[in-house]
Design a protein around this ligand. Structure first.
Ligand code: HEM
Ligand code: HEM
Length: 175
């Protein structure tokens, strides 16, 4: 059965905008760690880009959550109750990680003591350098990133399963 009724325009737009930005942000985060320290500011430049895009993603998530609370109800996909529960849990976990990533990144950067810029605009310094907190949050940021990568892979696999095995046109709900 094809799914013709699904998410509203704004939810669809936010889903794809954030999907593209998130994948780029993950790639950037992994890549920038290999940049040499003291290499003429190149590392600092890309760290600043990463922090800015990360904070933007955090803001977009707040918009998305607020919209979720007021948007038209999305009809459930007709499938076994256990599968529906699994899909809901997966989406819930994706939302939790989309929140944890910018939070741990931001707080970790606050406790690193370096100034944080949002697309060039310097934010007020909220705390002094505090090594243990910075280390802990960097660990959370790293492991949450791995969890996000794994869960996104599962999410795309689920999409491929719907598209090519079940052939139920689930993607029509998200376009
Ligand atoms: C890159 C390829 C992607 C494809 C093909 C894809 C496809 C889809 C589809 C078809 C749905 C609708 C499922 C339904 O009707 O129940 C959906 C929902 C969702 N997707 Fe994706 N997605 C992709 C990337 C991502 C990424 C990178 C994230 C975030 C890390 C993400 C997070 C979500 C969430 C949270 C939902 C549930 C939306 C809600 O109910 O509020 N997706 N996706
Ligand atoms: C959805 C948002 C974000 C995603 C998906 C993301 C993803 C990543 C990834 C994949 C890495 C490399 C893995 C590692 O941590 O070792 C990384 C590192 C890093 N990220 Fe993010 N990030 C996000 C938001 C932020 C924000 C908002 C900040 C700061 C304002 C930030 C600051 C950092 C820093 C400083 C590193 C270098 C490693 C460290 O010291 O923890 N990130 N990020």
């Amino acid at each position: 059965m094809a799914h013709t009724t699904g998410y509203d325009r704004f939810s669809v737009w936010l889903h794809w905008l954030m999907a593209v930005l998130l994948l780029a942000e993950i790639a950037l985060g992994l890549w920038m760690l290999g940049l040499p320290k003291g290499g003429g500011g190149l590392r600092a430049y890309w760290f600043n880009v990463h922090k800015s895009v990360g904070m933007l993603l955090g803001l977009l998530l707040l918009v998305r959550l607020a919209w979720m609370a007021v948007r038209p109800r999305v009809p459930a996909v007709p499938m076994a109750a256990a599968m529906r529960l699994l899909a809901r849990a997966g989406h819930g976990l994706l939302y939790a990680l989309m929140l944890l990533m910018p939070l741990s990144g931001f707080l970790g950067s606050v406790f690193s003591g370096y100034p944080i810029r949002f697309f060039g605009m310097q934010l007020p310094q909220l705390a002094q350098r505090w090594e243990p907190a910075k280390e802990l949050l960097a660990g959370v940021h790293q492991w949450a990133a791995y969890a996000l990568i794994a869960l996104t892979a599962l999410h795309v696999l689920a999409f491929l399963h719907h598209q090519f095995i079940l052939k139920d046109g689930l993607i029509l709900r998200m376009r």
